[in-house]
Structure formats: C-alpha cells, structure tokens
Ligand binder design. Structure first.
Ligand SMILES: CC(C)(COP(=O)(O)OP(=O)(O)OC[C@H]1O[C@@H](n2cnc3c(N)ncnc32)[C@H](O)[C@@H]1OP(=O)(O)O)[C@@H](O)C(=O)NCCC(=O)NCCS
Length: 146
C-alpha cells in the first residue's frame, strides 16, 4: 500500500539522491534545499514499503500552481506513481481555490508529455531553445480544473 505525504527537510538526502538518479540535468543541492524551504512550495513524495519511489515539487501563486519537477524511480515507472502525484497536486490546488495548473516540459520528454496529456493538460506554447544544457525547446502546458 503506497502513501503520499509532504516532503520535509529530513527527506533532503533521499530526494537529492532520487533527483540525481532520475535527471541528467539534476538540480543542485542548493536548489533542492530552497524548494523544500520555499514558502509557496507544495512538495510531495510517494512511499511504498518504506521506500520513496517518487516526488513532485510545485509552487502555488495567487491564481495558479506551477509544477516544477516530478521524478519517479527508474525501477518503479509505469505504475501510475507520476499520475498519482500530479492528481494529488490538483486536489491540493482545488483546496486552495486555485483552478489552473501550469508546467513546462522538454520537447523530447515523451513519457512526461504523455503523462500530462493523459491528465488533460493542453499545450499553450513552445519556448525555443529554452534548456541551456542542450538547447532543447520547452513545451508550456496547462490545465484548468473544473
Ligand atoms: C515522467 C515520469 C514522471 C512518469 O512517471 P510514471 O510513474 O512512470 O508514469 P505513470 O505510470 O503515472 O504513467 C501515467 C501515464 O503517462 C504516460 N506515460 C508514462 N510513461 C510513459 C512512457 N515511457 N511512454 C509513453 N507514455 C508514458 C502513459 O499515458 C501512462 O498511462 P498508462 O500507463 O495508462 O498508459 C517518469 O517517467 C520520470 O520520472 N521521468 C524522468 C523525470 C522527468 O522527466 N520528469 C518530468 C519533467 S520534470
């Protein structure tokens, strides 16, 4: 049975390790620390059998929530963990009376784009050569909560 809870600072090492395993352009420890401590952050992790298998970083603003990062352990992919975490962000946004979720995703990141499309996110625009690492374009996506 898996469970979702808020990330706190005692999760820093676990989340930093997962971030390094999941992303080639992984965030620095300083950026992760700032995100965990951010006043507007909505940071969640999913645990199964005492193991952290996924996490999501988001921030809430006056009229939207922005998903910053989502990562699922390589060994636990395609088990709806990503889907569950995004849906949980939607629930929290609705509780905050916020009805828009925004995010950006690399154009070559098919698994993530498919995940967001499955959850009815639409494409708003493309930012050319947005990612400095390799000049990849960013796709900006959003979803209105009804
Ligand atoms: C993107 C990511 C978070 C998806 O997590 P996941 O738990 O494996 O995804 P889910 O099992 O919840 O998949 C939900 C849906 O997304 C789509 N999807 C997920 N992975 C996919 C893949 N590899 N290929 C095609 N579709 C995929 C499918 O529609 C899937 O639904 P289905 O299984 O019923 O077909 C995961 O692949 C990951 O951590 N990638 C590396 C980090 C990253 O790129 N994060 C996003 C940018 S911040």
């Amino acid at each position: 049975m898996d469970s979702i809870r808020k990330i706190n600072f005692s999760d820093f090492t676990t989340i930093s390790k997962l971030e390094r395993d999941v992303f080639k352009d992984c965030w620095s420890k300083k950026i992760i620390e700032d995100q965990i401590n951010h006043v507007n952050a909505i940071n969640l992790l999913l645990i199964e059998k005492n193991q952290v298998l996924g996490y999501i970083f988001a921030q809430n603003y006056t009229d939207f929530v922005e998903i910053q990062r989502i990562g699922v352990s390589k060994k636990a992919r395609r088990k709806r963990i990503g889907e569950t975490l995004v849906k949980e962000i939607e629930i929290i946004a609705a509780q905050l009376n916020i009805n828009k979720i925004l995010l950006e995703v690399r154009k070559d990141n098919l698994p993530a784009i498919k995940l967001y499309q499955k959850l009815q996110f639409g494409i708003d625009s493309i930012r050319k050569k947005y990612y400095a690492l390799d000049n990849e374009d960013a796709i900006l996506m959003s979803k209105e909560l009804t």
